[in-house]
Design a binder for this molecule. Structure first.
Ligand code: NAD
Ligand code: TYD
Length: 335
């Protein structure tokens, strides 16, 4: 392998993955990213001058831009997406456009350019509620939000290109990531950065909803392994840490670590269609790859809270007027 194309490489997981690739391999890396509100060149600040990196500002829905990037690539790792559940409730159109149609454009181009591996980054949210136990790869997809439904469409479209056109697609469904460079609309960076400024932490509903939390570096490591493993074409692989925590438990860790009062917690209107529990079974990936996450939840959270504390320059720019408008609209609408 010589050249990897990373879509959404200026976002949270994509940028961590670009760092990981450059630290561990000597490949050329082509990043295609539209730089939406969630895309940020600061996430690639320390690698953008690396001669192995080419950054292209462009839309995955634009077949010309996609073709230009893909003609030199051996492997595609597809992260680009609209990703925030709350925004998908407010306005679903762009989720369908980017997550479904954009994936279609990439799959068509991958077919045309004879890509040797297409790693499709799906999500555990495609399963919907894990009410009867951690979701298995064979479980039905019952997505509950427009975000999750758009990702489910993309996930199955990617699979269909394997079955129909023999495209070497591998699909991963990972649980909630946390770590550096996560846009501060998501739970952990929002709560850390709000708490640092003594702002309220908005807990949706009871706060008892749980997610499985994985450190982004663990996710990047397993994606690297999958990229280099033969025989996984057409497979779906769940990825997760096995550590389930509720919103209130996460908030407790953050408040304690930052030495802030519990009075910052504010219960607000619940999210529409709020998923009570997301969790996945990881037996398949453990069996096939012998993979285990390396971060404990405690160490991962400590390192993450420390990162946001030390990198206010990074997130303070993001909590700008546009962000405040979004935040106010969200909480107004929820009332
Ligand atoms: P993110 O929102 O931080 O980043 C998304 C990136 O995609 C941004 O850089 C954005 O500019 C880019 N992008 C959006 N629309 C685009 C378009 N039309 N063309 C080109 N680029 C575009 O997202 P993330 O949290 O890093 O998630 C990355 C992927 O991983 C997504 O596919 C998401 O569904 C999946 N995923 C995320 C999590 C999580 O916990 N964050 C968990 C499982 C799966
Ligand atoms: P989020 O980070 O948006 O990820 P996802 O919805 O994709 O799992 O939310 C994680 C959990 O935190 C979810 O149960 C919703 C809850 N939450 C809050 O209680 N308050 C908030 O301000 C946010 C952003 C999320």
């Amino acid at each position: 392998m010589k050249c990897v194309m990373v879509t959404g490489g200026a976002g949270f997981i994509g940028s961590n993955f670009v760092h990981h690739l450059l630290e561990n391999h000597d490949y050329s890396v082509i990043v295609l990213d539209k730089l939406t509100y969630a895309g940020n060149l600061d996430n690639l600040k320390d690698v953008i001058e690396d001669e192995r990196v080419s950054f292209v500002k462009g839309d995955i829905c634009d077949s010309r831009a996609v073709g230009e990037c893909m003609k030199d690539a051996d492997c595609v790792v597809h992260f680009a997406a609209e990703t925030h559940v709350d925004r998908s409730i407010m306005d679903a159109g762009v989720f369908v456009q980017t997550d479904v149609f954009g994936t279609f454009i990439l799959l068509e181009a991958a077919r045309k350019h004879g890509i040797s591996k297409f790693l499709h980054i799906s999500t555990d949210e495609v399963y919907g509620e894990a009410s009867s136990g951690p979701s298995k790869e064979t479980d039905p997809l019952m997505p509950k939000s427009p975000y999750a439904a758009s990702k489910a469409g993309a996930d199955r479209l990617a699979y269909s290109y394997h079955v129909t056109h023999n495209l070497p697609v591998v699909i991963t469904r990972c649980t909630n990531n946390y770590g550096p460079y996560q846009y501060p609309e998501k739970l952990i960076p929002l709560f850390v950065t709000n708490a640092m400024k003594d702002k309220e932490l908005p807990v949706y509903g009871s706060g008892e909803n749980t997610r499985d939390w994985i450190h982004v570096q663990d996710h990047c490591e397993v994606l690297d392994t999958i990229m280099h493993q033969d025989g996984l074409e057409g497979e779906v692989l769940n990825v997760g840490s096995g550590v389930e925590k509720s919103v209130l438990e996460i908030a407790d860790v953050i408040l304690e670590e930052l030495d802030k009062a519990k009075s910052l917690l504010k219960h607000v209107e619940d999210r529409k269609g709020h998923v009570v529990r997301h969790a996945v079974s990881t037996s398949k990936i453990k069996e096939k790859l012998g993979w285990e996450p390396r971060f404990s939840f405690e160490d991962g959270m400590k390192a993450t809270i420390q990162w946001y504390s030390q990198n206010e320059w990074w997130w303070s720019k993001l909590k700008n007027r546009q962000f405040e408008e979004y935040y106010q609209t969200l909480h107004e609408k929820a009332k």
